[in-house]
Design a protein around this ligand. Structure first.
Ligand code: XIL
Length: 373
């Protein structure tokens, strides 16, 4: 991808297609493509989800997409939206102050475009995976604002027309509802939140701009702090369109009643809701009983999303147990996703497919990028 002209061309195509969109491949790289015959599998999740009015997708990593053909084949067959797991974070994409590194992120977007998959960008402001030049730099407040502006304009601008949503700010709150003490808060002050959304809107006026966090699915101190922040932003005209609920959970599941009530209060503000990083980790060893319980947790969360018109997407943090952050970050746990390590669908996959095939009101609402409303 090398010119504004091609990006505008992609956008024009998007404007003319509603539910399933497929902008042209403009990044000019050779990327794997899902096999065409696999795409017609009638029960693939991506063929079922539009009937329910939601996007369905995983987080995606560059390495396995390049190394393992079955990874791309499964991805292209099953999903219509994905989030780059790491490739658009600050450290990989902006390794030096005046140097960006787009090759891996572009390859993922190429794959998405070639396979009719929409992009969910992740993430423009976070306190982790920052490059050393930034985290150990000593910049003035004005310089930090300029660095933030340049980054968001460059990254969100590059993928404008491909991204249907962006996680603009990720994990800005502590569980007690206070603002997390991050580099951004420390160097810029709370105004960084407004600035990030304004810069993202300037750079990509077409995508849904989201605030994303974890442990915010129930009504609690953190979700209430987020609610208060987004209400305040909306009142002041800050461009924010939705909230992401990561939903990294366990076999104990979540309080579904509280989740539904919580979704409703955000919906009442006119905001959309995205389930952004769902996984249901299992304490090893895996048993059939645990897999059945896991399927129930997935099904319950999908039900809550389908019961809420403002819920736009069910996204998981990966799709195969062969590639998941869980074993590395939660020792003793694993098997959190809907395909096993051999890319075979698990009971959780069948639970999702089964529920998605039961939507009684096909096209209860169109799924489409924000700019098509
Ligand atoms: C994780 C990735 O999965 C890992 O590969 C990486 O080492 C650390 O970050 N919440 C988020 C994601 O918003 O960006 C995190 O992703 C998981 C938790």
């Amino acid at each position: 991808m090398d010119s504004r002209k091609t990006r505008a061309g992609g956008r024009l195509v998007l404007l003319t297609i509603s539910a399933l969109w497929a902008p042209p491949t403009t990044f000019g790289q050779d990327v794997p493509s899902a096999a065409g015959d696999l795409r017609t599998t009638p029960s693939a999740l991506r063929d079922l989800a539009p009937q329910c009015g939601i996007w369905i997708g995983p987080a995606v990593a560059y390495g396995p997409l390049i190394d393992e053909p079955i990874y791309g084949q499964t991805l292209g067959r099953e999903f219509n939206l994905f989030t780059p797991e790491n490739e658009m974070k600050w450290a990989p994409i902006h390794p030096q102050r005046f140097q960006y590194s787009f090759a891996r992120a572009d390859a993922l977007v190429d794959f998405a475009a070639a396979n009719g998959i929409a992009l969910h960008g992740h993430t423009l402001v976070w306190h982790q995976q920052l490059p050393a030049w930034l985290s150990s730099g000593s910049f003035t407040r004005d310089e930090m604002i300029e660095i933030l502006r340049d980054h968001i304009y460059t990254v969100a601008g590059r993928y404008s027309g491909y991204a249907v949503a962006w996680d603009v700010v990720n994990e800005a709150f502590n569980d007690d509802g206070t603002l997390r003490n991050t580099l951004w808060l420390d160097r810029i002050g709370p105004e960084y939140l407004d600035l990030a959304f304004q810069f993202a809107s300037d750079a990509d006026p077409y995508s849904q701009l989201l605030y994303n966090d974890y442990s915010n699915e129930s009504i609690n101190a953190k979700s209430t702090a987020i609610y208060n922040m987004v209400s305040d932003m909306l009142g002041r005209g800050v461009p924010i369109h939705g909230v992401g609920f990561q939903l990294h959970t366990t076999l104990s599941g979540i309080n579904l009643a509280s989740f539904s009530e919580n979704l409703q209060r955000f919906a009442d503000l006119g905001l959309d809701a995205y389930i952004t990083e769902l996984d249901v980790r299992i304490e090893l060893p895996v048993t059939d009983d645990k897999l059945a319980t896991q399927a129930n947790v997935y099904r319950g969360i999908l039900n809550a999303c389908l019961d809420q018109l403002a819920c736009r997407a069910l996204q998981m943090w990966g799709f195969t147990d062969a590639h998941s952050w869980i074993p590395g970050f939660f020792p003793g746990f694993g098997a959190a996703l809907i395909f096993d390590e051999s890319y075979q669908p698990k009971p959780a996959y069948h639970a999702l497919a089964n529920r998605l095939s039961q939507c009684s009101q096909p096209n209860r609402r169109f799924i489409r990028p924000r700019f098509q409303r």
